[in-house]
Design a protein around this ligand. Structure first.
Ligand SMILES: [Zn+2]
Length: 255
């Protein structure tokens, strides 16, 4: 049994790394006019990359992060996303080992990681990614939980403050994609853990914003910091580390 678990855990790491590689390709190609088909090329010299150049993480380490044809450096984004996806897949396996639940949560974390990297690279969240995430969140709600009225309300209620931020600022303080993302996170996490995740997102966003203001000359009060990475960070931290600031609230109100 222990060996089985170890094999499956290792398999989840490999599968996650492969999905990470897929995320990198998708972020580079999706809605950028580069086309979704065809082989991968070095973006510097245009040489077609072969299978041995494209093994997640290992190729980057083996080639020391350089193109074997022209020697140009590849972005650190590639191995960082691949390692992150591998670790997230392992975390999903450890938290949800049942095959169907693992598959669903793997879909969730892969979509979330795509949203984060795409938002950082392009400053926008594709609606198709938000739609896929919402579908997965509702599937999770129906098939893996016992849904109550509150679990449905959690999505819109947690998205509402972000939506109002966007409305008041006409999308300049907060992108519309952020409230669409939060809708799904609320459905996935429920009201209590979802609210905790939102608090963590604002704290980490504020902390990083202040550090950037102090350290970076390019960054000013008017700079836009993508918020999706913090929403996702808060959600993953609250879910996988079982953080819930509001778990005791129902008991307080019941007194
Ligand atoms: Zn090259």
């Amino acid at each position: 049994m222990v060996e089985d678990t170890a094999v499956l855990a290792f398999g989840s790491i490999v599968l996650g790394a492969i999905f990470g590689s897929f995320i990198n390709a998708l972020v580079y190609r999706f809605n950028t006019g580069r086309g979704m088909g065809g082989r991968s090329h070095c973006i510097h010299c245009g040489h077609a990359l072969s299978a041995v150049d494209l093994v997640p993480v290992l190729s980057f380490l083996f080639l020391r992060g350089r193109c074997r044809y022209c020697g140009a450096r590849f972005s650190l984004q590639y191995p960082v996303v691949e390692v992150t996806a591998a670790l997230l897949s392992l975390a999903v396996y450890l938290a949800h080992p049942a095959p169907l639940e693992y598959a669903l949560w793997l879909g969730v974390v892969v979509t979330l990681l795509f949203i984060v990297v795409y938002d950082i690279r392009h400053g926008i969240i594709p609606w198709s990614a938000s739609g896929l995430l919402a579908t997965l969140a509702l599937l999770h709600l129906f098939f893996f939980t016992e849904p109550t009225l509150w679990s449905f309300v959690a999505g819109p209620l947690l998205a509402l403050p972000l939506f109002l931020f966007s409305l008041v600022s006409r999308g300049t303080w907060m992108g519309w994609g952020d409230s669409a993302l939060e809708l799904s996170l609320g459905w996935l996490l429920g009201l209590s853990v979802g609210a905790t995740a939102l608090v963590l997102a604002f704290w980490s966003g504020a902390a990083v914003g202040i550090v950037l203001l102090v350290l970076s000359k390019r960054y000013t009060m008017k700079s836009e910091l993508p918020f999706a990475p913090f929403l996702v960070l808060g959600a993953l931290a609250a879910h996988f580390f079982h953080v819930d600031f509001f778990a005791t609230l129902p008991y307080l109100f019941a007194i």
